[in-house]
Write a protein of this length. Structure first.
Length: 244
């Protein structure tokens, strides 16, 4: 009975701390998406050009971004919440991100002459999965989390609700990372990437010189729109100017 009471009080304190105490985030580490020795596919349909980046390349680049930004989401004298073990994969037309959320809590027992004594840390963890939508509209990257995070393998555990509560912060944590990563490709903004990588492919496809294609694209390339297609590849679409 006493043990159940201690657990109940700990759960209440931990839940209260997670809701009320704001999270402190470190500055995100900049990591642009890079595709060494990469040549995208190209599809021309009338005056619309589409660059195709295979699913595995996008997944690998985003996985690196998530790994380098793994960190403790909250770190106070009483509560610590850590996101680790992140991974991602493209499922259909969405990005699925998973990671381990570790929640730790302790209480202050006494403070004597400036020295504080705490209870031992109580720890709980679980793997959460969150879906994200990824689009680029008119040159602007738009990433949004879709629905609530899913808790895996913790059904019936006493701490499942707490891990799920901590998981509500996964979306706001991951969204800026993916947005930042998809804003630059090989050190270029997405518009310049489309121009530099599209020029030789378009020239070859149309049988004209690159010297004719690149200046026309730089001057009049249409807005860039991008996202995940039905084959789970990342596609970058744009309107072509008159080239012939």
């Amino acid at each position: 009975m006493k043990k159940q009471l201690v657990i109940s009080l700990t759960l209440v304190a931990l839940s209260f701390g997670m809701v009320v105490t704001p999270f402190s985030y470190r500055e995100e580490k900049a990591l642009a998406v890079n595709f060494p020795k990469f040549v995208p596919g190209l599809k021309l349909d009338g005056n619309v050009g589409t660059l195709i980046i295979p699913k595995d390349l996008i997944e690998g680049a985003l996985r690196q971004t998530l790994k380098i930004n793994e960190q403790r989401l909250k770190d106070t004298a009483f509560n610590r919440i850590t996101l680790k073990g992140t991974d991602c994969k493209i499922v259909g037309d969405k990005l699925q991100v998973s990671g381990v959320i570790q929640v730790e809590h302790r209480e202050l027992i006494a403070s004597i002459l400036g020295k504080k004594k705490y209870t031992p840390w109580v720890s709980a963890s679980g793997r959460l999965t969150q879906l994200f939508g990824i689009q680029v509209k008119n040159n602007q990257t738009v990433v949004r989390n879709i629905g609530d995070p899913k808790l895996e393998g913790l059904e019936g555990r006493w701490y499942a609700e707490l891990v799920s509560l901590a998981g509500q912060y996964v979306g706001p944590k991951i969204t800026p990372q993916v947005t930042q990563a998809l804003s630059r490709f090989n050190g270029l903004d997405i518009r310049q990437f489309a121009i530099d990588f599209g020029t030789p492919l378009i020239a070859s496809k149309l049988g004209i010189s690159e010297g004719l294609v690149k200046p026309a694209l730089e001057k009049n390339i249409g807005p860039i729109n991008a996202g995940i297609d039905g084959q789970s590849n990342f596609i970058i679409a744009f309107t072509l100017p008159q080239l012939k």
